[in-house]
Design a protein around this ligand. Sequence first.
Ligand code: SF4
Length: 364
Amino acid sequence: MASHSPRVLSGLALNELIDELKGLPAPLPPFRSKQIFKWIARGAVSFEEMTDLDKALREDLGSRFLLRSTRVSSQLEDGDGTVKLQIDLFDGARIEAVLLSDAEERKTACISTQAGCPAGCVFCKTGSLGFSRNLDSAEIAEQFLHLKALAARNSPGAASGETGIANIVIMGMGEPLLNLAELRRALSFFFDAEGLGISRRRITLSTSGVIPGIRDLADNGPHIRLACSLTSAREELRNRLMPLAASNPLPQLKAALGYYQQKSGQRITLEAVLLGGINTGREDAAAMAGFAKGLDAVINLIPWNPVEGLQFEGAPLREPSRAELEGFAALLEKSGLKVTRRYRKGRGVAGACGQLGVVGKKDS
Ligand code: SF4
């Protein structure tokens, strides 16, 4: 993990911040740390904004700490209301975070947990970039703070909760369960009632199916909503589409998802990125229905969002036709499964699912 100097305060849980500020030559009492924590959660970018601290303290803190470690380098807006932020990290790595709006103007923040991704899913731009490094808790938390500021600028006075953002989805760049320790710290920052006070039920983590991570989350929490990207329930095809799947076999994956369900008491989502001509056939639907049997699951179908240059075994990938999508959905529904289709958002700025890592605004 790369480290910052001076120390960055964003993304610290309140107890961590209290400990940090207790260690100063003139230790701060917990109530002062709590004031500072509230300012950070509110989105303060400088100690000068913390007007309930005296000037000398603000200057002292400013000489010792940073409030933020990341910087928004560009903002790309799609006509459908999606906004993608490109965010520079202190060591030159770049990540992306996305603000989505639904038909009711409810906003969802999509955040990243790694720079690049080691999972290598063939249909995903991030996967094609390779892996740079894990993000630390500040870098994860700051994405939300940047998106929250953006949401406030775009709809001042909008009343959809204190943050202006209804949900957080951990579905951006990276495999979140391969960076669970830092993600947990960022989640503690999100949850704290002294700060953002975001409910666990409003946060969804999407994994490509990392079994040890699912079991760790089941045993040690937090029990946020879980989505698992299955894409194919035919083991051999899944391993070719999602190389990390080879170390997370389907029977054990199903057992781990059942265990999470049992521990958390929650319905889970199984996601399938539909690739035209590859995983949309009758046998694919039958395998998926078989996998879902016995789980309390919703199946979310995601028609592949085009990324130039991505191929599967030498042939360019293509979007599923409407007939493929609806035919696949109908077969699952016939098996008694609840099926949803993910609304295509953010394609104009390459901010849709599987497109993150594309630099620049597309022409169409
Ligand atoms: S789909 Fe998710 S897990 Fe797979 S390569 Fe892309 S970011 Fe990584």
